[in-house]
Write a protein that binds this ligand. Structure first.
Ligand SMILES: *[C@@H]1O[C@H](CO)[C@@H](O)[C@H](O)[C@H]1NC(C)=O
Ligand SMILES: *[C@@H]1O[C@H](CO)[C@@H](O)[C@H](O)[C@H]1NC(C)=O
Length: 341
């Protein structure tokens, strides 16, 4: 994550609590607690760009004391709704505020090496970039802020049982670079593990200023990932044609721009000096506040270098894959191998 301001003065503009993280519960008919949760800085293979790097809302799981409900009903603990952190994210570029991006997943390979980010979909599923899934034994951690101290203790972790990549994912162009990890053991949803919300299919976020976070490199040529603290950048989502025009510059991808940039199913954001995702931020979500909750607009996939003026970060567009995501999660929840498009 390349961020210009390493400001320690965070504007606490709002301490509004959007999501209730309390021990509230709802009474539902016997045995019907709904399950589930809330809801390549580099296409570097350097020939091309530089690789970077069901969510029912307000779901419930844990049984609460039954005595509090009428006969024939059970109490279900209400978990936080998707996209509603108990700590509001900072509006500044630089270090993220601890606990403010509780959907942010930290992925390692089996050797414990950090490989990238992802977004929690529910207690069993994490959304990430397909190019982050070519490792055996991926481990998902939630609740990480400083990986130097947070990878044990209270951090939640799970191994990955299976991976579903978008069928036409292309490893050389990074088109359709999206995947879902099915966890071996469900994560306990809590204030530090809250799902990000999924947008409706086809929703546009052009013009929105959104948050991308990660432990990726602070510079294209500085191999410092994972950074010790989760960093964030506020980037504006721009229209696809402006992005294509920019990448068509001979210094960037030239006449190959349209081969790599999928203007239908990828989005671009950023283009300001030093405020960008970078290598090893791949898979991390770009989250937009729609007024009541944070919704995933994209996932970090590629760019050229990092943090250069008018060189945009490229993200796989989450709204373009909404029906595929729903299909995969449904299949995994039914113990089936996903066959989804
Ligand atoms: C995984 O990496 C190997 C070796 O680089 C490559 O041949 C293969 O196509 C990759 N698979 C995926 C799904 O990325
Ligand atoms: C990936 O895209 C390139 C360029 O369009 C194409 O030549 C190649 O066959 C594709 N690879 C796969 C596995 O589809």
């Amino acid at each position: 994550m390349r961020v210009f301001y390493l400001s320690y003065i965070f504007l606490q503009l709002s301490i509004e609590i959007l999501g209730q993280i309390t021990d509230t519960f709802t009474c539902v008919p016997n045995a019907q607690c709904p399950g589930g949760g809330g809801g390549g800085g580099d296409i570097n293979p350097r020939v091309g760009p530089d690789l970077r790097i069901v969510s029912p809302t307000g779901a419930t799981t844990t049984a609460a004391p039954t005595s509090t409900c009428p006969p024939g009903y059970v109490a279900c603990t209400t978990l936080p709704k998707c996209g509603t952190p108990s700590v509001q994210p900072s509006t500044a570029n630089g270090q993220a505020t601890r606990g403010s991006l509780p959907w942010q997943a930290y992925l390692t390979n089996s050797a414990g090496t950090y490989i990238g980010g992802g977004m929690l979909l529910d207690s069993y599923h994490v959304l990430t970039a397909a190019h982050k899934t070519n490792e055996s034994g991926i481990i998902v951690y939630m609740g990480v802020y400083n990986p130097q101290t947070d990878l044990s203790g209270n951090t939640m972790r799970s191994n990955v049982q299976s991976v579903s990549r978008y069928p036409s994912y292309n490893i050389s162009t990074l088109r359709d670079d999206i995947a879902i990890l099915r966890l071996s053991t469900p994560l306990t949803m809590s204030a530090t593990a809250i799902a990000g919300c999924l947008p409706a299919a086809g929703r546009s976020f052009v013009g929105n200023d959104c948050i991308v976070a990660g432990w990726g490199q602070t510079n294209f040529n500085t191999y410092d990932a994972p950074t010790s603290i989760l960093k964030q950048a506020i980037v504006r989502i721009i229209d696809a044609q402006t992005c294509l025009n920019s990448y068509s510059n001979a210094n960037l991808l030239g006449t190959n721009a349209a081969l790599y940039l999928d203007t239908q199913r990828e989005i671009c954001a950023g283009g300001s000096i030093n405020i960008d995702a970078c290598t090893k931020d791949g898979g991390s979500p770009l989250m937009c506040n729609d007024g009541t909750k944070y919704v995933a607009a994209g996932l970090v996939i590629w760019g050229k270098n990092c943090g250069m003026q008018n060189v945009y970060g490229v993200y796989v567009s989450v709204p373009s894959y909404r029906s595929w995501i729903d299909c995969v999660v449904r299949a995994f929840n039914s113990n089936q191998v996903p066959v989804c498009y």
